[in-house]
Design a protein. Structure first.
Length: 353
């Protein structure tokens, strides 16, 4: 074991603060990474503040962070995918059993023995996993990805969660040219969803509660922008969407969007608000609409998404911050004041004792 610098939350009410944590020394299949950048996902905030206590209660201290890009500093003897000095990335998962039918199809996000990057039982240390708000991490090579060399490392970090979480359901539900697609919420996930839907050739409509994001949405790939609090603007799109991706982090009226689907249209939730959403049966049965959810994505699809981003030159629009500003960034996320992903420059952690 060795000591790594990190930022952690000591309780649901505590701001994040500097600390040290124990990491394992790389074993046979492990890659040790010096973390250069880590994105701030709204899930980090939900977990640090124990907002998902009913589903996955937070174990403290909690070190969040699952949008990790860094340099390989050490490799175990069985590692063939990476060598020291390579740029490498880690997302939301760090381990799985590798033997179940989900793992065999590289759909590890559904493995019953999955280990998430933070706040999950750590098979190696016996404690919980600690995420990317840290100067280094040690991960099995199966869960480490290659970053296309043309992508800016800070802008690439959010691809590891916001990117794959929006790319995967769009591939699953067949987003392509000729389809009308809605994206709800222009935050970290929403802005990646917009870029992917546009790159996949769909006609994309962005729904936002923030009128000041309208010009950005058009620049990021939206064909149309709807201010969702304006009922007349919403009504113009009734019964017209093939697919809607809902990336909202807080309570909102899902029925308003179900009514915009055409026959057999689907709305997929990727947002994970603290409280349950109320669904009207009538919003579903008229039009045979369906509602579903989607968690992150498997290892094969994550690498596919990164390669797609390399080919189409897609990265997140980021505001790079020092780690000392992480609590301020959390407060801004709650106010939907993000353009469009905060990314921590981990060099700033060197300033901590
Ligand atoms: N399914 C998964 O595997 C997965 C993976 C990652 C994250 N998530 C979840 O996805 C959600 C979004 O994450 P994120 O990092 O993209 O968050 P984010 O950057 O904070 O963006 C959320 C956006 O939702 C909209 N919004 C916020 N409050 C709202 C309200 N009260 N009513 C309507 N719209 C509201 C805002 O967009 P506008 O200003 O445009 O309205 C805001 O920018 C979170 O719940 C997160 O935990 C799920
Ligand atoms: Zn995330
Ligand atoms: Zn498995």
């Amino acid at each position: 074991m060795y000591k790594a610098k990190a930022y952690s939350a000591a309780s649901e009410k505590s701001p994040l603060a500097s600390t040290t944590i124990a990491r394992r020394d790389p074993t046979e299949n492990d890659v040790q990474i010096e973390i250069l950048f880590c994105g701030i996902c709204h899930s980090d905030l939900h977990q640090a503040r124990n907002e998902w206590s009913g589903v996955m209660p937070t174990v403290y201290p909690c070190v969040p962070g699952h949008e990790i890009v860094g340099r390989v500093t050490k490799t175990g003897p069985a590692v063939i995918k990476f060598k020291v000095g390579d740029l490498a990335a880690v997302g939301c998962m760090v381990d799985s059993d590798g033997t179940c039918s989900e793992c065999k199809q590289f759909l590890e996000q559904f493995c019953p023995n999955l280990t998430l990057t933070y706040n999950f039982p750590d098979k190696h240390t016996g404690g919980v996993t600690y995420g990317g708000y840290s100067d280094s991490i040690v991960v099995d090579q199966k869960f480490v990805f290659k970053v296309p060399s043309n992508l800016d490392p800070a802008g690439a970090a959010p691809l590891l969660c916001a990117g794959i979480t929006t790319y995967s359901p769009m591939r699953h539900w067949g987003v392509t040219k000729g389809k009308k697609v809605g994206i709800v919420g222009l935050g970290g996930l929403g802005h990646m969803g917009l870029k992917f839907a546009h790159a996949l050739g769909a006609h994309v409509v962005l729904f936002t509660t923030s009128p000041n994001k309208k010009q950005d949405a058009l620049r990021l790939g939206a064909d149309e922008v709807v201010i969702s609090r304006n009922a007349d603007e919403m009504a113009k799109h009734a019964g017209s969407f093939d697919f809607i991706l809902d990336a909202v982090s807080a309570d909102h009226d899902i029925n308003a969007y179900l009514n915009l689907l055409r026959r057999d249209g689907n709305i997929t939730l990727v947002g994970a608000p603290e409280k349950p959403l109320a669904v009207s049966a009538f919003s579903l049965l008229f039009g045979r609409h369906s509602i579903s959810g989607s968690p992150i994505g498997g290892t094969a699809e994550t690498q596919e998404m990164l390669d797609f981003c390399g080919k189409h030159n897609i990265t997140a629009d980021v505001e790079v911050i020092p780690i000392q500003k992480v609590n301020e960034a959390y407060d801004r996320l709650v106010k939907a004041d993000v353009k469009y992903r905060f990314v921590i420059d981990m060099a700033s952690l060197k300033n901590e004792a």
